[in-house]
Design a protein around this ligand. Sequence first.
Ligand code: IVH
Length: 673
Amino acid sequence: MDKRIRAEARSLQKELTEHSHRYHVLDDPVISDVEYDRMLARLMEIEERFPELSTPDSPTKRVGAPPLDAFEQARHSLPMLSLDNAFNDGDVRAFHARIVKLTGADTVAYTVEPKLDGVAVELVYEYGLLVRAVTRGDGVTGEVITENIRTIRSVPLKLKTALTPPLLEVRGEIIIKKDGFEKLNRVRMEAGEKLFANPRNAAAGSLRQLDSKITAQRPLDIFVYGVGRTDGLELTGQARMLDQLKEFGFPVNPHIRTCPDVSQVIDAYRELDRLRGTLSYEIDGMVIKVDDMGLQQQLGEKIKSPRWAVAYKFPAVRETTVINDIIVQVGRTGTLTPVAILEPVNVGGVTVSRATLHNEDEIRRKDIRIGDTALIIRSGDVIPKVVKIIPESRTGDEKVFIMPDKCPVCGSDIQRIRQDRSHINKCVNVSCQAQLKERISHFVSKKALDIDGMGKKIVIQLVDEGMLRSYADIFVLQEDRIAALDRMAEKSAANLIAAVNASKTVSLRRFIYALGIDHTGENAAKLISDQFTTIEEVMSLTPEKLEQIHGIGPETAFAVCLFFSNPENVEMVQKILDAGVNVINEKPVSDSGTDHPFSGKRFVLTGTLHTMTRSRAKQQLESLGAKVTSAVSAKTDFLLAGEKAGSKLEKARQLGIDILDETQFLTILKREI
Ligand code: IVH
């Protein structure tokens, strides 16, 4: 190949990277879009002719790669923690007081940052090159979405530095700006596609695409706010670290401040709240971080969140709008829920068009009528709520809502049942299609049987087609019949069947939860499955026996017994088991009465840990009934090996002892707490 071609490709790659950074990160372009496109077209032409010139960091790699079959999973080398919340100045002062007490510091400087409402990711750079991007996932393990992240123009594919660190894990938030979100939804509406509820959902949905060419068309952006593991960097303070990341070419939020004391932190919060509406992206609070990384390390972390940071949340945003109609939805257990259909209104950057009204009593109490103007609030994840109506806006044309006396879906009778201090209305027909769809959706949901690919839409389709009449039908679904459905292809049908088969081995905890018994959520299902081994055992329990479980109240005990006293439910469970579902108990109850996998085990700890000190690890293990000894022997059950573990690791290997690295250790530790 001509040397000049090689040189031209290199120079185009370099220049385009620089221009892209100026445009997408610095917001300061120096060439026109047309000129940029011309240079990119030329580079693409060269790389197509000479693929060996197409380096992984070439700007041509932003258009997306061939689609994947599934996302791989990867562990974070350090867990991605979440944050505790503060809701008022008092909470922040208490946070500060705790820090002063724990560290003995006279004054503590804080770096404060907007809390971006997006999706957390970790970007891994090895010797300056982006090699992997992983979602936060459960904090320990996430999904590898490297190709999707490459399409985001503001993410550097290569660090802007001559002295590349061997390892840099950068953490940040992927967002979609408000205008990009509105435009995306407009296009989707025109195409008859489902709209995204808010920018965060749109960002999450865009990152979850197996085809990165689709992601490439979404207006994704990033701000980085921290690091995971690093090698070859001297990091001393949060603000200086962010400056360093900025120099490396990452977008860092411009509204970050360092405050010498907690009073200024509170001033900064007021200022940011004022600024909030003018920002082009959604924020839901301010993150307050101890700036000094030495202090951060001294303070350490709790299981889920660091002691050195807190999220000071903004109060809910509110707006008024007109209630155009009130419709009735039928839930999983037949409960009828009135929902207000609103004149679409922008509440803090998100268009809201529905709000739950809970039940008929609530509508009466608040005197909500169709045609009323109402005050709506939206706070974080919570579904919008109608706070009150504005009586001054009444014209006299408002209509009183009347709860239907027949189910709007199946036409069956409605029963009015007392619950707590109000009443609920229930459709009495357990085979009501609306209930069936909701129940099956719950049964296959993430926390239940977790059947990947069986979303609400597919469930509705399968019920409407008569292919699903009960839970057991899920396990005898036929691939060819699914493939023949609208909007289904052979590949997706095969994937669905594979997911169904994978769900056939299910833990007792998930299974109990999946049944959707009244008053029996995740927590109750766990408490019950901790005490009993088989589903048959659970089915024959008396309320007295259930109530003996610490944490199970009379309502749940009664509901569980009532559920299994109904022969139809017993038959339903039997049919599921007959269809090949195997309900297993993840962890047998141990003699000591505590059922943690570490209880009663002998541990040796060695090497450096990053998320806690060894003595803290020892303390936690001992509280679970484990024994920590100093020498590895044949009696040792586990070796916890931190970084730079030496001879003990070697010996444990020779003796065939189970070795846990820090992440594995934390996963198991966390799982049971
Ligand atoms: S720091 C150990 N900084 O909030 C510190 N998080 O509830 C953990 N987030 O999962 C994160 N803006 O997705 C940090 N400036 C910011 C943030 C931020 C948004 C998100 C992040 C995290 C969640 C924690």
